[in-house]
Write a protein that binds this ligand. Structure first.
Ligand SMILES: [Fe+2]
Length: 443
């Protein structure tokens, strides 16, 4: 059996391998490109991943001096602007060679730090169970997905499609209508003592009562979302929350960000190139929260709350919560599209073995799911104050919504019941799908 510490070493190395693989898809002249105006250029992320790990492990827990304090600061933090436009101040970025040298030096230092961190177990909760390495690993894994959002938006001339990309999957099953989900108690969050690792916002564990509701058995597909668009969905003010309407007008949003129109009709963007929308009609519609909310209003329905998502995904007759919608087994290829198996969405309905106890499909996998819940701390929340106080707390501003589940670009390590993701409502580049709910008693 592999000792846990060896497992952390292996996981850290394999997270680095995937970072290198993704950044290796860029052409040599891509480093200063910013494919998403709200994000930094690529060169920032090349330095951010090592700087973050360094700042957490070496500077944070071990309290050691810097070898390049300027880079530690320059690459310390990403951005999540809630406004529409972000213009970084004129940064004179170092050369890729300088950043790569910094990265390699950080990696070597981290490889040599396991025993020193271990010596702090018992006095430092972040050292216990290798938590600080988990912070570095999961941060890197989460960035893989956000790097792919950027890669998908990057102009074709700055990237190259690898030969190993899997082919797009065939068509899915028919839409399954709505299913009844009985009311009951759900467990949100996890126990800090019991969960091997979780982020600050996942604690503490607590129970919430959920009233019965009906939920779409499958997420909304591109073909269904097209009906909303052709029904004038983007022109009807009454379907859009006020701030969403203002954003749509200001940003000129007329369709999902991954869609485009050419002489022959709509297309849907993929990591490399675009498909005619008919060929992607069974894929889940990836849209912003605001667009998902407008679609639900058009249907006279709502988005599920975070607690309703949990009831639908992890609840079961008898009251015992499951670890995954399908049960206790770890996520396999039959359960859903996640963990970089597909590198693209798959047709809705392709993973019936992953359905929940109530018969709701694809709650985990094939795209995160938007909820109507504002991202807030659980009662009794405590930040990882010493090394990363702002991980969640900076976003408890009433301007972010919880996303649950997982996408095809979510590493299997992040597929756990208590994991919470969040985004601002007008960010249109996420691999996030949605479905609707109806309630007997309005909230
Ligand atoms: Fe980051």
């Amino acid at each position: 059996m592999t000792a846990p510490r060896d497992d952390l070493r292996v996981r850290l190395e394999s997270a680095w391998d995937r970072s290198d693989l993704i950044l290796g898809l860029l052409e040599a002249d891509a480093w200063l490109q910013r494919p998403i105006a709200l994000r930094q250029p690529w060169i920032f992320y090349l330095g951010h991943l090592p700087a973050f790990a360094w700042n957490q492990v070496w500077r944070g827990v071990l309290g050691r001096p810097a070898f390049n304090a300027a880079f530690d600061r320059l690459f310390e933090r990403g951005i999540d602007p809630v406004g529409d436009v972000y213009a970084p101040a004129g940064v004179a970025w170092p050369s890729p060679a300088e950043v790569l040298a910094y990265r390699d030096r950080v990696r070597d230092a981290l490889r040599r730090s396991f025993d020193d961190v271990r010596a702090l177990e018992g006095t430092d909760p972040l050292a216990e169970r290798g938590r600080i390495f988990q912070v570095a690993i999961e941060h890197e894994l989460m960035h893989h997905e956000t790097l792919l959002y950027m890669l998908q938006q990057l102009d074709d001339r700055y990237k190259r499609a690898p030969s190993w990309l899997p082919p797009f999957a065939a068509r899915g099953a028919a839409a399954a209508g709505a299913v009844a989900v009985p009311g009951g108690r759900v467990t949100l969050g996890a126990s800090f003592e019991e969960l091997p690792f979780g982020w600050d916002n996942e604690f503490p564990e607590h129970e919430v009562e959920v009233a019965p509701f009906a939920m779409d058995a499958t997420p909304v597909r591109n073909a269904e979302y097209l009906e909303f668009l052709t029904a004038g969905g983007y022109d009807r003010r009454e379907w859009w929350p006020e701030a969403a309407w203002a954003w749509k007008a200001r940003a000129g949003v007329r369709h999902p960000a991954f869609w485009a129109r050419n002489g022959r009709g709509w297309t849907c963007r993929t990591l490399f190139g675009a498909l005619p929308l008919e060929e992607a009609g069974d894929w889940p519609a990836y849209v912003s929260w605001a667009e998902a909310r407008a679609y639900a209003s058009w249907k006279g329905l709502d988005l599920p709350t975070e607690a309703e998502f949990h009831r639908a995904a992890f609840g079961a007759p008898g009251g015992t919560a499951r670890s995954h919608p399908w049960g206790e087994e770890p996520a396999g290829p039959e359960h859903g599209s996640l963990d970089f198996r597909d590198w693209a969405p798959t047709p809705v309905g392709s993973h019936p073995a992953g359905a929940s106890a109530w018969g709701v499909h694809e709650l985990v996998g094939n795209g995160w799911e938007w909820t109507s819940s504002v991202f807030e701390p659980f009662p009794g929340f405590r930040a990882y104050a010493r090394t990363y106080p702002g991980y969640s707390a900076d976003f408890f501003d009433g301007k972010h919504y919880v996303m649950a589940g997982a996408s095809w670009a979510t590493d299997g390590a992040l597929v756990r019941r208590s994991f919470r993701n969040w985004f601002q409502p007008h960010y249109p580049y996420v691999f996030a799908k949605f479905r609707c709910v109806a309630r007997e008693t309005p909230r």
